[in-house]
Write a protein that binds this ligand. Structure first.
Ligand SMILES: *[C@@H]1O[C@H](CO)[C@@H](O)[C@H](O)[C@H]1NC(C)=O
Length: 353
């Protein structure tokens, strides 16, 4: 009898071990408790790219679509001494028939072939502040967090949601708050999720219900409240909020929050275009889409400005005190050209503290 009991417990323990091994390593939090603070002198220069990890060859292009954009971005980052990249997700795609979506693990070759080998010079020295796109969710999205935490923090994604502040010294010290969010939870309802692995990932995090949506919206609202002393509040996420693209599921709730708390600008990708929606009297938020760094598609209908399908590129921006200047750059060929330029002013100029 005793022997049977011991064997029984041995089997139970083995089963528990097998189950615990099957659950991906969940050391990574969904949102970071700490705020990452950075300090800069005088000028804050940065580039915004999205949807960049598609490695299929471009027709008639010397380097392929992704590499052409990378070539031009390197030139811009060096010319303007850019401080970081805002990566709005879809970092890794299935590029060929025998390829896979996203990354398999922290050991996936794509860390080298689709990122390190492609973005050179200054682009390989500065941090990439990243969020996950749907294609990252189609595989091991946790591996991207793990890579950031344990392998190379220059691919910066310590959690799915996080906040950074940039304190810029100078004649008038300026505070820029960045809120990096995962929009996949708001863009898809659970039943609409287009991929089994993504559904599985949602299940693991318990993201299969409206309560989680409300929890995350509350988290975003809390961060917006805490950052009200900022001259600039900038939000980065994967899915766009321009024109008709805003209408998906819980996405209008984000617009509501951004308007209520005076967000300066929202940066996204997903639509494989460069697009812009100007601030309006009833909606002072500027909306940017920069999702054309390796593939192109149609954009959101109802935008104020956008490039046609077939044009590749990225967004460049510079903040000096109360002013942000920005340029959308056509990097379809290595003969790059600015295709749209504009200016924004700090919240303090239109939203009294
Ligand atoms: C971008 O550049 C390419 C190549 O020079 C050109 O064919 C295309 O028309 C340009 N796009 C825009 C919107 O100007």
């Amino acid at each position: 009898m005793k022997v049977l009991l011991i064997i029984f417990f041995f089997i139970v323990i083995q089963c528990l071990l097998i189950i615990s091994n099957a659950i991906p390593n969940l050391i990574m939090p969904e949102s970071s408790d700490i705020i990452f603070e950075e300090r800069y002198n005088d000028i804050l220069d940065f580039l915004v790219i999205g949807d960049w990890g598609f490695q299929g060859k471009g027709v008639g292009r010397k380097h392929g679509n992704q590499k052409n954009v990378a070539f031009v971005m390197k030139k811009w980052a060096e010319r303007y001494n850019s401080k970081f990249i805002i990566n709005v997700g879809d970092s890794f795609y299935k590029s060929e028939n025998d390829d896979h979506q996203g990354v398999d693990s922290i050991y996936d070759d794509k860390w080298k072939t689709a990122w390190l080998d492609v973005y050179k010079g200054r682009l390989a020295e500065i941090p990439w502040y990243s969020v996950a796109g749907n294609h990252d969710w189609y595989n091991n999205v946790y591996a991207e967090i793990e890579y950031s935490l344990n392998v190379n923090s220059r691919f910066f994604m310590p959690s799915l949601f996080y906040v950074r502040t940039n304190i810029i010294s100078g004649k008038k010290p300026t505070k820029v708050a960045w809120i990096h969010i995962d929009t996949n939870l708001f863009f898809y309802t659970y039943d609409m999720i287009p991929n089994d692995q993504m559904k599985n990932n949602f299940n693991i995090l318990g993201w299969n219900n409206d309560i989680e949506v409300e929890n995350k919206l509350r988290w975003i609202e809390q961060q917006l409240i805490e950052q009200q002393d900022s001259d600039w509040i900038l939000v980065a996420g994967h899915h766009p909020l321009i024109g008709a693209c805003v209408s998906f599921n819980y996405m209008p709730r984000l617009v509501e929050l951004f308007e209520r708390y005076g967000v300066s600008a929202y940066f996204a990708g997903h639509a494989h275009v460069l697009e812009y929606q100007t601030p309006k009297p009833d909606s002072p938020v500027a909306y940017f889409t920069s999702g054309a760094a390796s593939r192109t598609s149609d954009g959101c209908s109802g935008k104020d400005w956008g490039m046609p399908e077939g044009t590749f590129g990225f967004l460049h921006a510079t903040i000096i005190e109360n002013e942000m200047t920005f340029s959308f750059v056509n990097a379809t060929t290595t003969k790059d050209k600015i295709v749209y330029q504009g200016k924004l002013t700090a919240r303090s100029t239109w939203r009294p503290k």
